[in-house]
Design a protein around this ligand. Structure first.
Ligand code: FAD
Length: 391
């Protein structure tokens, strides 16, 4: 049975269908029972909880978005709420699904041929195939459109890829990576489905992260990696196509950010009623209530924004600047909120066992990935002024 979250203060989830509410209730039950108890230890050890993958996929969380795999017709608002539920429990697990479902299956769905969709989407949805998305490079992050250096050369019935990628989530243990590379012939960025065991593909874990420690990010080198023609994403033929994928995923990251803020807020609210100082629960001190209410205000405003951006996706009205504003705004508000919520826990706010510290640390990476606040601001700035200010 679906229980609306108290942090959904204005009841945005009311518009969901019964099927959608049931699916959300199942997802939440799985996350509470199987994910929440293991994330602190994995965060500390910087390991990914592989033991949850099969069960997580059985909730359908990576199947809802695609006609080929969805169990019932559903709305973008519902899929946004699945990202919120994930973020509310753990930002790294939310990121795992964001990569697998948003970036990888999204690339296949938006840029693949019918045959590629039929071949890959069911396996990505079930978790039989684990995917990564390789756009960022050691020398190119925000300027991925112009600065991308990885090359693709067509020879006979295959392509030869050379270059390097950085930050690529899941790549040390996954099966395939969508590699974005510049065609040596026409200079356009194209997308390729590359098996991680292809000769010349080497993925090395990035160590010593202070944020999203559970996500296994990799440095990848590609040395004369051969990719058959059938693995070139049929409709990924310029950076505009990469951008189509990112428009969808940025809106999803905005939803994740709301979830992270909700997780931190719930931890702070619960703590504030249990912890007493000056002879009464800290929740009864005015300045503590101020932190909690400001947090709820951020969550409510961000939720209104992401709900609307998802409705726009469903009616075909969502443009790049809409999802860019949602990502920039929701992650900024998340960052403010996790700081306030950590503050409510005082010293315990920096100890992993109390959850707020993990949300606080993980928020930093969410703030910077899938387009920094600056990049998403410049996308909106270009749309409203007609002036591109990137360079
Ligand atoms: P840079 O581009 O070097 O930017 C550094 C700073 O300069 C930023 O504050 C930026 O906003 C600012 N800046 C740059 N240009 C301008 C400008 N014109 N005007 C104003 N400010 C500017 N990438 C993938 O491809 N796949 C993944 O799976 C993936 N996962 C990630 C997971 C994590 C945990 C992290 C941290 C990153 C991940 N990324 C991934 C990469 C991520 O998308 C990039 O980190 C991000 O796009 C920023 O690029 P950068 O780190 O190279 O920073």
């Amino acid at each position: 049975v679906f229980e609306p979250l108290a942090a959904d203060f204005y009841g945005f989830a009311d518009e969901l269908s019964d099927d959608e509410k049931t699916a959300l209730a199942n997802l939440r039950a799985f996350l509470e029972a199987e994910v929440k108890p293991v994330v602190t230890e994995h965060w500390e050890k910087a390991t990914f909880p592989r033991e949850i993958v099969a069960g997580l996929h059985r909730t359908g969380v990576a199947a809802f978005g695609w006609e080929e795999t969805r169990p019932f017709p559903n709305s973008a608002v519902f899929r946004g709420f699945t990202a919120l539920e994930l973020g509310r429990v753990d930002a790294s697990v939310a990121t795992y699904i964001g990569v697998q479902n948003g970036l990888v299956a999204g690339s296949v769905s938006l840029c693949g041929s019918a045959a590629q969709r039929a071949q890959w989407l069911p396996k990505l949805a079930s978790g039989e195939v684990i995917g990564s998305f390789g756009l960022t490079e050691p020398l190119s992050g925000s300027d991925a459109a112009q600065g991308l250096r990885t090359t693709a050369r067509h020879e006979g019935d295959h392509w030869v890829l050379n270059g390097a990628k950085r930050w690529i989530g899941n790549a040390t243990w996954g099966d395939i990576t969508i590699i974005w590379a510049k065609d040596e012939a026409d200079g356009q960025v194209k997308g390729f489905i590359v098996p991680n065991d292809a000769p010349g593909f080497v993925a090395t874990k990035i160590e010593n992260k202070i944020s999203l420690r559970i996500v296994q990010n990799a440095d990848i080198t590609l040395t004369d990696v051969i990719v058959p023609d059938e693995n070139k994403l049929e409709n990924a033929n310029s950076f505009r196509d990469t951008g189509r994928v990112l428009r969808h995923t940025r809106a999803e990251v905005a939803w994740e950010a709301v979830g992270i803020a909700v997780g931190a807020y719930e931890a702070a609210l619960a703590y504030s009623t249990q912890r007493a100082q000056f002879g009464k629960p800290i929740a009864s001190h005015q300045l503590v209530q101020d932190l909690l209410v400001k947090s709820l205000g951020n969550i409510t405003a961000s939720l209104a924004l992401v709900v609307q951006v998802s409705r726009m996706l469903d009616r075909g009205a969502q443009r790049d600047e809409h999802s860019a504003l949602a990502k920039a705004f929701a992650t900024s508000k998340m960052r403010e909120t996790v700081g306030w919520c950590r503050e409510v826990l005082g010293g315990n706010g920096i100890v992993l066992e109390y959850d707020a510290a993990r949300f606080f640390a993980d928020a930093e990476a969410i703030y910077s990935y899938e387009g920094t606040r600056e990049m998403n601001t410049l996308i909106v700035g270009r749309a409203i002024t007609g002036q591109a200010a990137f360079i």
